[in-house]
Ligand binder design. Structure first.
Ligand code: ATP
Ligand code: MG
Length: 710
């Protein structure tokens, strides 16, 4: 496989750099994640590292799952791609018995119960909001490497505004730690803290670990915390085989202790590092890229110095749209209708996302999508692998895999190193797969899986909506995992599928079902969709109410930047003036939209004063500006649906009349119609380029389209 085709010069330089320190500093959509997967594949193919020596760390469990899939399709199976926490958990399970003794202490799924006990003992408030604040403070402290005794100093050093008096937090934190210790339990941050401690203090363990892992790759490095960095340092020891990629403009976890300083200071720490800057955005249309650049151009503070200007590599697409609604339900209904129209137009539902600032915003969208009969998945919703039918499915597949293995022990092609490695890391095979597979098996994977799952309810036809249908959908989602696996790795069989499902279950990585994604902006990081709806963009939600300091506000702006840059082509931004229907319209649209969105987001039907921009009122210069009635600086307000409807009509009409399309209307005129939405003859005539004969020829049809596309 040619690992270098499909890479630009900068990406290729990062991929080809010899095993050693490499840093890619680049904006959204420039191919950072693509670069690191290719780099891993290249290092393996070039013989620099066997698969078993590489540890790739990504930010979310979903990203880790995707990275494994992408690596498989590049011909590399078996690379450890994990989050920091999952990597540390795996390592601790192995080293803990030797270094600490006994089995690894259980890991707390939720710390709330212990925080509540600690808060009670420390005489702090115990209402749920206070407990949540306390839990976040404890997480922040641990992420910044501050124990209970250092918390006050850390707060002063970081000039942190604490939600409760710092002394109270420190007291609760101390009790929390001691209760947890007594109960012999670990929280998520302890996984990293103990990994560091063991590797830093136990030389034999460190030696063994470092002889096993010799190459580290970190995605989204701008959001690394001091605790994660310390873990990375403990993994590395004195070595420098570290590739990092990140974008300081996408730092969105500062509130949780992360910091882009490690990314920005990488070349000082490793002066001999290969540093690559990428600027071509391969994800998004110029319309999306321009808006993203404008969002981040407004940034201030230290990160603004690292502003990277994106250059669009893709052809033009529809203009971004802005819409103001009276209330949230109306906003959600409009988004659901637009999503439904896109799906009816042929876009897969999984190509669409609705992104919001806080998870609580999902509900109104769930309701609206349901009433439009649009399927959706809520990121961060019910955990897929916790569902009983999913557990049952994995167990029957495991049984089937075991039977196949026993029946044909020598021809099993897909044993993965993952599980053995937990017991015997030094004997992990390098190639990831054992040879001798039968070529016919992979093609049989999907039908085999279907046959196995048929025994527990996967019928050919979906049952009627209800609990049975939910179960059926879950089983079908497992078939989708099998399909993805078979696509990526033609040698995969049942054993590989069970391993993949186990890894995902451990990572809580629900497979994508074909639905519109509902997710928070935080959860959308690193991902991309054809169409993105950024909703609820009001002051108080983005920026969020509790963002008070200039630094907090800048982080909120970066969240908007992350949101905008998730869109490949269609991008719709919206907000509502009141929460409830008929409620007082007290909300204002997000301050970040000032200068980006028109002052009145609902396009005025007719132009403003002649020769003036209908958005900002400024004087119009070029003929194109005059035609559209809007200056080039102000964003387009054309509804992409309408533009497309007009384009389709123009094509049919020009074919009918046997004339080229531009003879009917030029692109500029078409856009002007879409922006101005004329609904009568005089409004149509007011558009430069439309005279009496065009009005007579096309007027009724155009007005008909404008009126229908509302
Ligand atoms: P983010 O900052 O959002 O994580 P990123 O820099 O990691 O973005 P990728 O996700 O790697 O970007 O790439 C964005 C999109 O562009 C992907 O669909 C990827 O396949 C595509 N892409 C990247 N590089 C190229 C290239 N050289 N040629 C064609 N497509 C590319
Ligand atoms: Mg990425």
């Amino acid at each position: 496989m040619d690992l270098l085709s499909g890479l630009d010069d900068g990406q290729r330089a990062a991929v080809l750099a010899p095993s050693g320190p490499v840093c890619v500093l680049a904006g959204a959509g420039t191919g950072k994640t693509r670069t690191i997967t290719h780099r891993i594949a290249h290092l393996v193919a070039a013989g620099a590292h066997p698969v078993s020596e590489i540890l790739a760390v990504t930010f979310t469990t979903r990203a880790a799952g995707e990275m494994r899939m992408r690596l498989r399709s590049l011909g590399v199976a078996g690379v450890q791609a994990r989050t920091f926490h999952s990597a540390a958990l795996k390592q601790l399970r192995y080293f803990w018995p030797r270094s600490v003794g006994g089995a690894l202490w259980p890991v707390l799924e939720h710390k709330m119960r212990l925080v509540a006990i600690a808060a009670r003992r420390a005489n702090a408030g115990t209402d749920s909001a206070t407990l949540r604040d306390l839990a976040s403070e404890i997480e922040w402290a641990k992420a910044t490497l501050a124990g209970p005794g250092d918390y006050l100093a850390a707060v002063t050093k970081h000039r942190r505004e604490t939600p409760l008096p710092a002394e109270t937090v420190a007291r609760v934190f101390a009790v929390y730690e001691s209760v947890k210790q007594e109960a012999e339990q670990l929280d998520f941050d302890d996984l990293l803290l103990h990994t560091c401690a063991i590797l830093e203090e136990d030389e034999a363990v460190a030696r063994e670990f470092r002889s096993r892992y010799r190459c580290f790759v970190v995605d989204e490095y701008q959001d690394v915390t001091p605790l994660q960095q310390r873990t990375l340092d403990a993994w590395l020891g004195e070595r420098d085989q570290l590739t990092v990629v990140g974008d300081a403009n996408q730092t969105i976890y500062s509130f949780a202790g992360s910091s882009p300083t490690y990314l920005l200071g990488f070349d000082s720490r490793f002066p001999h590092a290969t540093v690559v800057r990428l600027e071509r955005d391969y994800r998004s249309t110029p319309q999306v890229v321009t808006l993203a650049n404008r969002v981040i151009a407004g940034a201030s503070g230290p990160a603004a110095r690292h502003r990277l200007r994106l250059v669009a590599a893709l052809p033009d697409g529809p203009a971004a749209t802005f819409a103001e609604h009276p209330d949230e339900a109306t906003e959600a209904a409009s988004v659901a209708r637009a999503a439904s129209a896109l799906i009816q137009g042929g876009m897969p539902a999984s190509g669409i996302a609705v992104l919001y600032r806080i998870n609580a915003q999902s509900e109104v969208y769930e309701e609206a999508l349901t009433s439009e009969a649009v399927p959706y998945v809520v990121r961060g919703g019910e955990r897929f692998f916790a569902r009983p039918e999913v557990r049952q499915a994995i167990s029957v597949l495991r049984g089937a895999a075991q039977r196949a293995h026993n029946a044909d022990i020598d021809s099993e092609p897909d044993r993965e190193p993952e599980r053995e490695s937990e017991r015997e890391p030094e004997r992990e095979p390098g190639g990831g797969t054992t040879p001798g597979g039968t070529a016919g098996r992979q093609r049989a994977l999907v039908p085999t899986v279907r046959a196995v799952l048929a025994t527990i309810g996967l019928s050919d036809e979906p049952p009627a909506p209800g609990a049975l249908r939910d179960k059926w959908d879950s089983l079908l989602a497992i078939v989708t995992v099998a399909e993805e696996l078979a696509d990526a790795d033609s040698a995969a069989g049942l054993t590989a599928l069970v391993t993949e499902l186990d890894q995902r279950a451990e990572a809580q990585h629900a497979p994508t079902v074909d639905g519109v994604t509902l997710a928070s902006l935080h959860a959308a990081k690193g991902l991309e969709w054809d169409a993105v709806f950024l909703v609820g963009l009001t002051d108080g939600t983005l920026p969020i109410q509790h963002a008070e300091t200039p630094e907090d506000i800048e982080e909120e702006r970066r969240l908007l930047y992350v949101g905008v840059t998730r869109a490949r082509s269609r991008l719709a931004l919206s907000w509502a003036l009141s929460r409830t229907a008929g409620g007082r319209r007290t909300r204002r649209r997000s301050r970040f939209l000032t200068g980006l969105a028109p002052d009145t987001a609902t396009p005025r039907p007719r132009g403003g004063a002649p020769g003036r921009c209908r958005t900002c009122g400024g004087r119009l210069g070029t003929p194109a500006e005059i035609k559209i009635g809007r200056c080039a600086r102000c964003p387009a307000t054309a509804d992409p649906e309408l533009v497309e409807a007009l384009r389709t009509w123009r094509k049919t009409r020009s074919a009918q009349d046997s004339v080229p399309a531009f003879v009917v209307f030029s692109d500029a005129t078409l856009l002007a119609i879409a922006e101005r939405r004329p609904t009568d003859d005089s409004a149509l005539l007011a558009i430069p380029g439309i005279g009496r004969s065009k009005l007579d020829n096309y007027g009724p049809e155009v007005i008909g389209i404008v009126t229908r596309t509302r």
